[in-house]
Design a protein around this ligand. Sequence first.
Ligand code: KG4
Ligand code: ZN
Length: 344
Amino acid sequence: MIDPMTVLGIETSCDETAVAIVDNNRRVLAHSLLSQLDEHRMYGGVVPEIAARAHLDAIDALTQKTIRDSGIKLQDLNGIAATCGPGLIGGVMVGTMMGKALSLSTGKPFLAVNHLEAHALTARLTDDVQFPYLLLLISGGHCQLLAVESVGKYKLYGSTIDDAVGEAFDKVAKLLGLGFPGGPAVEQAAKHGDANKYELPCPMLGKPNCDFSFSGLKTAVRSLSERVGALDEQKRSDIAACFQRVVADCLADRVKHAIEKIVIDYPACKTLVVAGGVAANQTLRASLQYISGKHGFKLVTPPPALCTDNGVMVAWAGLEKLRLGMTDGLDFAPRPRWPLYETV
Ligand code: KG4
Ligand code: ZN
């Protein structure tokens, strides 16, 4: 066991207020999360203004509780991390200011964390994955394939040319009337459906690059759901299952192309990490397991609670930065847009 170094991390970039404390022995010392799902449900999506206010209401008490739960004194922390982008800027500002205030009052270094990097590095906490690895980042706002060379060093292989995959799940859920949040609702409905009942186009299948596209598939789901007549529970389930199968096929095809690229760039690479909220989906995991196994790659996916937004991943990314001396000034400005491959 190495000398413990502890970092507190704050996540407020979307609709989860989350705070956690981790150490460099890969232990989670405390972890709190408050979801705002109920505040946003009636709007069928996250309302930025409501999200920012809810973060502001929750952040003080949640931070105090997390510090109490950890049994660590605020003064004994080694660093304070906060998601500083990308995300809904009102929420990002709340977390950033809380992190800066704690850093200022304790004199501990501030670590500005890129939310995508936090997703990307989680597998190093959960599974001790070594660099380099192939990363499939699939969330509500992002859909990318990258080579992860080290903290702050990423090479982009492909990204979506229109919707992110999580966004496609959310939109399909909405048009099938499955509720919010869409991803888990589609997965649940698909369990009772026939995944081969209807034909849907598999986007980008066979294209030589590693890019994604989901808007055509979403349109195809819309016209299919209009064509089949009044939607009952069985039809909803069948369409959800077909949509999910096509997404699984598409992701597997894109990953196959990225594996072909990464074995040239980094011959030692033998790991595929899947991160982001959509990685919680069991059907997609199974498909990615199959394709990675076929190419001699090991698939690593963090447990579902660490795939969706959480504070642990922010604290861990902060810790990774801290031990490399990559601290940030209190003048760091929150960034609504912050591509991962521009992290340094
Ligand atoms: O990473 P995340 O928590 O937030 C960001 O977008 O950064 O990802 C949220 C996205 C949403 O689009 C949600 O519908 C999707 O992840 N998601 C899922 C599942 N759980 C969450 N998509 C498919 N299947 C799931 N089980
Ligand atoms: Zn996220």
